[in-house]
Write a protein of this length. Structure first.
Length: 232
């Protein structure tokens, strides 16, 4: 149960449409490597939750941990969660021919919650609906989101690139992440629903690339994240 960045889009809208966002970015409805971008977002969330705090790419404000536990055809770029201002620049070296999932910001609502035993569905309420509503409320505060890749803007990030779990998925958070990241982590497998903003980038050319993310929300956050990606 953790808010990250910070919409006016509902989960139904967030499932994607046919508009192409621009060169080098998969459309929101695409299924890279056989999975929806929402599914890739769930996998990236499992990666974030399951990595111990001392090696966490999430809380690494330089990029030194960006290669930790990276497997498969997609390379995950975690949002910047450290220092506590939630803003900064991170550098990462990425093998050529890897698609890149930009984890802009998300809420992962989990059950049961270690910190709040009263956090539970109402009688007769589906667990999915309960968790989806919890995540949706936090993500609905995002009111601006822009992304540029090497200075080129990605179109309609706020409107088109919010992705929501279609069903419950399973996640296991490392116990060391409970205090710093999500107090609901139990250290065991939990049911979860993810709601967040993700961009899947096609493999970038060799060389240095700059990805810039700027977002605001209705509770006063105004943050800029810069990712310097070296493709080798």
């Amino acid at each position: 149960m953790l808010a990250t960045l910070a919409t006016a889009a509902s989960p139904a809208v967030a499932q994607g449409n046919g508009r192409h966002p621009g060169p080098g970015v998969y459309p929101a409805h695409a299924r890279p490597y056989g999975a929806s971008i929402a599914t890739w977002g769930e996998r990236a969330s499992q990666w974030v939750y399951g990595t111990p705090y001392e090696r966490s790419p999430l809380f690494d404000d330089t990029g030194a941990n960006c290669a930790v536990n990276q497997r498969g055809p997609v390379w995950y770029i975690a949002r910047i969660a450290g220092p506590a201002v939630f803003e900064g620049t991170r550098r990462c070296t990425i093998p050529r021919q890897k698609a890149i999932l930009l984890y802009i910001g998300a809420v992962v609502s989990t059950y049961p919650c270690a910190a709040d035993p009263a956090f539970r569905p109402q009688p007769g309420q589906r667990l999915y609906d309960f968790l989806a509503a919890d995540a949706d409320a936090a993500m609905d505060t995002v009111d601006h989101l822009s992304v540029t890749i090497d200075g080129r803007p990605v179109r309609r990030v706020l409107e088109d690139h919010r992705h929501v779990s279609r069903n419950l998925f399973s996640i296991k958070g490392h116990s060391s992440m409970q205090t710093a990241f999500d107090p609901c982590i139990t250290g065991r497998r939990q049911a979860a629903v993810m709601d967040g903003f993700f961009l899947m980038l096609e493999p970038l050319d060799r060389g240095v690339h700059t990805v810039r993310v700027h977002g605001t929300n209705t509770i006063g956050h105004n943050k800029t994240f810069n990712y310097i990606l070296t493709i080798v």
